[in-house]
Write a protein that binds this ligand. Structure first.
Ligand SMILES: CC(C)(COP(=O)(O)OP(=O)(O)OC[C@H]1O[C@@H](n2cnc3c(N)ncnc32)[C@H](O)[C@@H]1OP(=O)(O)O)[C@@H](O)C(=O)NCCC(=O)NCCS
Length: 169
């Protein structure tokens, strides 16, 4: 899939960076879960990732660094009846602010659109302003709130939506 850019503010934008995005396989679940534990206080288990990657209703993408092939970030999406969802997205702390999440999100949105999604929803912690900035810059808008949706710590979720229907028409 897509090559990524590095040092976007240094003037080298649009050159291939040291990452590659590819579809995730169930055998990627342990590496993804290890990264998940570094990124979230209430992480998914390796079994949850394995299940999501083995299901026909959901899929995953990983950004891996070259040439080592270590997982630097991942995206998990799901869709049904024209409704897509971003279930999970994270980037390793040492690889942040290099466009990895944006590239994963763009590839995930394209994959959901190709699977028939007309709209995409996601939840994000109310305090997670970094992720909110990423999503709003990618065309998502706040459409609701879920009270006490998250644990560790307990917190409300904002519900964000991006319409793909207009782009398809
Ligand atoms: C949120 C997260 C995925 C961003 O990953 P990333 O690879 O660093 O993001 P990118 O470099 O692609 O940045 C894309 C945009 O996101 C926003 N953003 C990312 N990190 C940010 C930060 N620390 N502060 C403010 N905005 C930020 C910016 O709008 C940025 O665009 P810009 O670089 O042109 O300003 C990453 O910080 C992460 O994994 N956090 C922990 C897990 C998490 O919160 N996941 C989302 C759950 S809903």
């Amino acid at each position: 899939m897509a090559g990524l850019r590095k040092h976007r503010r240094s003037g080298s934008a649009h050159t291939d960076g040291p990452f590659q995005i590819r579809h995730a396989r169930p055998t990627d679940a342990p590496a993804i879960a290890a990264l998940e534990r570094r990124c979230f206080s209430d992480p998914w288990s390796a079994a949850s990732f394995r299940e999501a990657l083995a299901s026909t209703w959901s899929f995953g993408l990983v950004a891996e660094n070259k040439p080592e092939g270590e997982v630097a970030g991942y995206f998990i999406g799901r869709d049904a009846a024209g409704m897509g969802e971003v279930l999970n997205l994270a980037v390793a702390p040492e690889w942040r602010r290099q466009g990895v999440a944006r590239a994963l999100l763009d590839a995930g949105i394209a994959a959901l659109a190709a699977r028939g999604a007309d709209e995409i929803f996601l939840e994000v912690r109310e305090s997670n302003v970094q992720a909110q900035a990423l999503y709003t810059s990618a065309g998502f808008r706040v459409v609701g709130q879920r009270a006490a949706y998250y644990r560790s710590p307990r917190e409300d979720a904002l519900v964000l939506r991006r319409d793909l229907g207009e782009e398809k028409r």
